[in-house]
Design a binder for this molecule. Structure first.
Ligand code: F6P
Length: 345
């Protein structure tokens, strides 16, 4: 069999582990692998690279993706999906493995509907993809958030300051909640639960009055106080999948910092963690998860099951329907937020 592979959307630590998993498992099954560069862009423009075991040696230890990535949306390009079909035909690809989040896998599913043999692998630091317990990249990213909070605590304590930490997550607060819990943030604000800045300020003042004269406020970039602007957009620009671009200018972190300082008089600083969260080498968990998902993707291809995704369910890597993954975003359940709230203040 001839497998095609591409990586789309924001990069995530573990992409290279999946690529290596696919190539090594494919070679051992007597198959060929061709990579398409820059996500769907490469599949439209027919930009390819031939992959073998030598090309992927040890890449699982590196962050990013050796295939490059883009947010190209073929549905916004004239005959985009048809052109991908043509490219696959020209290269004699039997099965296309797409590594991505909701957007990339949504395109894969549409190609599947058009008769292309597609398999998805769930990638996103946001962990907001349905049909899998975890996406790869999330574990590495929350470790980065945790490290940042650990570091911010020592400087916050020394200066008796409030530190507002803005964390990625436009629609789902997994990273803010898990990274915040791991780092021991004193308030965590997620897009799933609207917050009230006055309540945050009251909690901070109480904390200072009780002698704990510093605080970390972890806020997801998509968190909303309806009393402030409905959404604090960083940019009027949207990407080709229609998402507003957060994290590149004045966002909720800075707005909240100003409000806290004005309303409480407490000295406050803010930090936008931004793309640091996605960078660096993958955690052990993501290296192993990525490897297992890559191997499984080839096995699904061999089984002949179309429009599936390799997913983590409990401790097992299984095949699920691709449509199940792209239907609805997986947001943080109320129970998780309640657990975190026990430790606020
Ligand atoms: O990968 C998802 C994500 O990290 C979001 O949490 C974030 O808002 C977005 O990507 C940033 O995208 P870009 O890399 O295009 O700035």
């Amino acid at each position: 069999m001839h497998f095609g592979i591409l990586t789309g959307g924001g990069d995530a630590p573990g992409l290279n582990a999946v690529i290596r998993g696919v190539v090594v498992r494919a070679e051992s099954g007597g198959h060929k692998v061709t990579g398409f560069l820059r996500g769907w862009k490469g599949a439209i423009e027919n930009t390819t690279v031939s992959l073998n075991r030598e090309a992927v040696r040890d890449i699982h230890t590196q962050g990013g993706t050796i295939l490059f990535s883009s947010r190209t949306n073929p549905k916004r390009i004239e005959n985009g999906l048809e052109r991908i079909k043509e490219t696959l035909k020209e290269n004699d690809i039997d099965v296309l493995i797409a590594l991505g989040g909701e957007d990339t896998l949504g395109v894969a599913d549409s190609l599947g509907e058009m008769g292309v043999f597609v398999i998805g692998v769930p990638k996103t630091i946001d962990n907001d993809l349905s049909a899998t317990d975890y996406t790869f990249g999330f574990d590495s990213a929350i470790n980065n958030v945790m490290d940042a909070i650990d570091k911010l605590k020592t400087t916050a304590k020394s200066h008796e300051r409030v530190m507002v930490v803005e964390i990625m997550g436009r629609h789902a607060g997994w990273m803010a909640l898990y990274g915040g819990m791991a780092g021991g943030a004193h308030v965590i604000l997620t897009p799933e639960k609207e917050f009230d800045t006055d309540e945050v300020c009251a909690l901070l003042k109480k904390r200072y009055e009780q002698g704990r004269r510093y605080a970390i406020v972890a806020v997801a970039e998509g968190a909303i106080d309806p009393g402030l602007a409905r959404h604090v957009y960083h940019s009027a620009e949207t990407d080709s999948f229609g998402h507003v671009q957060l994290g590149t200018g004045i966002g909720i972190g800075e707005v909240l910092k100003n409000e806290i300082e004005d309303r409480t008089g407490l000295e406050t600083r803010h930090v936008v963690l931004g793309h640091v969260q996605r960078g660096g080498s993958p955690s052990a968990f993501d290296r192993v998860l990525g490897t297992r998902l890559g191997v499984k993707a080839v096995e699904i291809g061999e089984s002949g099951e179309n429009r599936k995704m390799a997913a983590l369910r409990g401790t097992e890597v299984v095949a699920v329907d691709l449509s199940e993954a792209v239907g609805t975003l997986k947001t943080v359940p109320e129970e998780h937020i309640k657990t975190a709230e026990l430790f606020f203040g």
